[in-house]
Design a binder for this molecule. Structure first.
Ligand SMILES: NC(=O)c1ccc[n+]([C@@H]2O[C@H](COP(=O)([O-])OP(=O)(O)OC[C@H]3O[C@@H](n4cnc5c(N)ncnc54)[C@H](OP(=O)(O)O)[C@@H]3O)[C@@H](O)[C@H]2O)c1
Length: 273
């Protein structure tokens, strides 16, 4: 049995923690978990008996340090699940100078991916982005990525999740010939701690008993992530694709424009170099 190394970010709670619990039952898997809250990620990792790291995505220096530690400890990475994310309200700007929702959902995961390309190449690895159908409500303006004009929490979140879908497609075009595989997916509307860092109706809905009753469980929300992480790219799923409930799904219009996607990836790269 070949041992596979799977790194999951945003593993201290919700979908990431549920995916970790499911994958920890596989004898062929070395799990590496990443979370922001030291106490939460330690609790999850100790329960499962797996390695963990703490990293706050609002600080790109911590992402660089995490990548260096992971690359040293794991010269071969088979799967990187870029799952950390959320809605952050009111509008704030990180110490790196970027709008927080954009940085946590998109720029930090992109940076981690790029810094782990060598171990991913060694594993002919897959990179999975937890996107959202909120991307259908988002739009990206290359001249205003941080939405200085007309910011709203859900607009910023939709754009950041659109960025995840575009990243998977654009990185597939850029790195696919090097044996790497990329995909994004929508997990469904899932009863997690999502919304706790936002305001308004999103925060209320996710915290309410009614919301929790109509939403799917974190285990169900993790299903497509686990499926993408444990099946064969190019055989069981289409590389660069956007999935929902294990089904290839048409992405939003802006994500289907590959010329725009390449320009967006270049613009994002300039921000994290
Ligand atoms: N729940 C839904 O309905 C839904 C729908 C579509 C997409 N999604 C996406 O699914 C992913 C997981 O969300 P979830 O629903 O499981 O929510 P969650 O329970 O709030 O989990 C979010 C995870 O992201 C981590 N995170 C948040 N801010 C971070 C930061 N600054 N640096 C590093 N990590 C950070 C959290 O770490 P700590 O717990 O340690 O703070 C936690 O592990 C997100 O990308 C979200 O956008 C969720």
């Amino acid at each position: 049995m070949t041992e596979r190394t799977i790194v999951i970010t945003g593993a201290s709670d919700g979908i990431g923690a549920a995916a970790a619990a499911i994958l920890s039952g596989r004898p062929d898997t070395t799990l590496v978990l990443v979370g922001r809250s030291p106490a939460k990620i330690r609790a999850v990792a100790e329960r499962l008996g797996v390695e963990y790291h703490v990293c706050d995505y609002t600080k790109l220096s911590e992402v660089r340090a995490l990548a260096a530690t992971l690359a040293k400890a794991h010269p071969v990475i088979d799967v990187l699940a870029n799952n950390a994310g959320g809605v952050f309200s009111p509008r704030t700007v990180t110490g790196d100078g970027y709008e927080t929702t954009l940085q946590v959902n998109h720029l930090a995961g992109l940076l981690l991916t790029e810094l782990l390309l060598d171990p991913l190449r060694a594993g002919e690895g897959s990179v999975i982005f937890t996107a959202s159908m909120a991307a259908f409500r988002g739009s990206i303006d290359l001249t205003d990525l941080g939405k200085q004009k007309g910011w709203s929490s859900f607009g910023a979140y939709g754009a950041a999740k659109l960025a995840n879908i575009i990243s998977a497609r654009a990185m597939q075009r850029k790195y696919g010939s090097e044996g790497l595989h990329f995909a994004s997916f929508h997990p469904g509307v899932v009863a997690t701690s999502f919304g706790s860092t936002s305001g308004g109706v999103v925060k209320w809905l996710y915290a309410s008993r009614l919301g929790k009753r109509v939403m799917r469980t974190p285990e169900d929300g993790a299903d497509t992530l686990v499926w993408l992480a444990t099946t064969k790219p190019g055989v069981d799923w289409r590389v660069g694709g956007y999935y929902s409930d294990r089904t290839l799904t048409d992405p939003p219009k802006q994500a289907r424009d590959d010329t725009f996607g390449d320009r967006f990836l270049e613009a994002s790269d300039l921000l994290i170099r």
